[in-house]
Design a binder for this molecule. Structure first.
Ligand SMILES: Nc1ncnc2c1ncn2[C@@H]1O[C@H](COP(=O)(O)OP(=O)(O)O)[C@@H](O)[C@H]1O
Ligand SMILES: [Mg+2]
Length: 311
């Protein structure tokens, strides 16, 4: 089953406990919730489930505990057929658990994660070099930082493509994220990463500086404003698709998984961005980071209804 993997993802995989509500409770005021769901989450975790659901052969490398929360978080990996043979099980309760409060009107969310989320990272000596080097794509999110650096070096030495989810940024970029940039081929970030890494407000200018650091593609996703792509030969905006939004949790994560699937199809950068945007938009119509991930055929049908043929 591990033979012929197309993508290996190494990073965060959480159990998300999602609640959809209009108003946050306070210590003074209780309040109702509209809906709740347990779903798997995490940047690389959700990206890998998306890629597998879209038809890619995928492996996930990371950690999981030995309790019911761990089983819950792994369920959608198993359902999507993600290979978990190199998962490191810890003899401890699951430590990657996040409460996700989703605004019932906007679908935007705020997280509250377990405070020891980064307490027991994967170590480089726990990695299987052959497993990582055998897949043409390695996807990282900076979680398990030392292992991620090691894996990126091995992937590069093997001539594979390193994709890095650099996440959104609200302040200075931490060293462990910064260090991954020169080892990255395709850097896809959330809002303001480019600004905080380079000091350039203009996404295209920031993108040019990022390409000078090593990556050959830079994409910044900006929620319902779509995404911006910079390559050595072109720069362009891809609008988001208008959909009835329930929950934006995981939109960026799913975008990454779909983006790699688009690359595996051999599509050009514009097509890949459109495909990833469509997959993310469809995801946003359902509560949970993974529950709404469409199949490849559903995504092509969604695009075709909007006059976009992937060819
Ligand atoms: N409200 C939305 N409606 C439609 N598409 C969305 C919406 N929010 C996000 N997306 C799609 O998902 C992509 C990633 O979302 P973004 O919000 O930038 O990531 P994150 O999950 O890091 O917040 C966007 O570029 C867009 O294509
Ligand atoms: Mg968002």
């Amino acid at each position: 089953m591990t033979k012929g993997l197309q993508i290996v993802g190494l990073g965060l995989a959480t159990l998300d406990i999602l609640v959809r509500l209009r108003q946050m409770p306070t210590w003074e005021q209780a309040g109702p919730i509209r809906a709740f769901r347990f779903d798997g989450g995490g940047l690389v975790g959700t990206a890998m489930v998306a890629a597998a659901k879209l038809g890619a052969r995928v492996g996930y490398v990371g950690t999981a505990g030995n309790d019911e929360a761990a089983e819950l978080k792994l369920r959608s990996f198993v359902e999507a057929g993600v290979d978990l043979s190199r998962l490191a099980r810890r003899p401890a309760p699951e430590d990657q658990v996040i409460m996700v409060y989703v605004h019932a009107e906007t679908g935007e969310r705020v997280f509250a994660g377990l405070e020891n989320l980064r307490g027991a990272p994967l170590r480089p000596d726990e990695l299987d070099r052959d497993y990582i080097a055998a897949a043409p794509y390695l996807h990282l999110d900076g979680f398990h930082p030392e292992a991620a650096m090691q894996a990126a070096r091995w992937a590069r030495e093997a001539g594979n493509t390193v994709v890095f989810d650099a996440s959104l940024a609200t302040g200075p970029i931490r060293d462990y994220r910064r260090a991954l940039v020169p080892l990255t081929d395709i850097l896809i970030s959330g809002r303001d990463f480019g600004y905080h890494l380079t000091g350039k407000r203009d996404i295209y200018q920031a993108g040019e500086e990022i390409l000078a650091l090593g990556p050959r593609v830079f994409v910044e996703t900006v929620g319902d404003q779509g995404c911006y792509t910079v390559t050595p030969t072109e720069r362009f905006h891809t609008p988001a698709f208008a959909v009835p939004v329930v929950d934006t949790t995981g939109a960026g994560d799913v975008f990454h998984g779909a983006y790699i699937v688009g690359l595996l199809q051999g599509w050009d950068a514009r097509r890949v961005a459109q495909f990833a945007s469509a997959v993310s938009a469809l995801k946003c119509t359902v509560l949970g980071g993974r529950a709404g991930i469409p199949t490849f055929a559903q995504t092509l049908a969604f695009l075709r209804e909007r006059g976009i043929e992937m060819g």
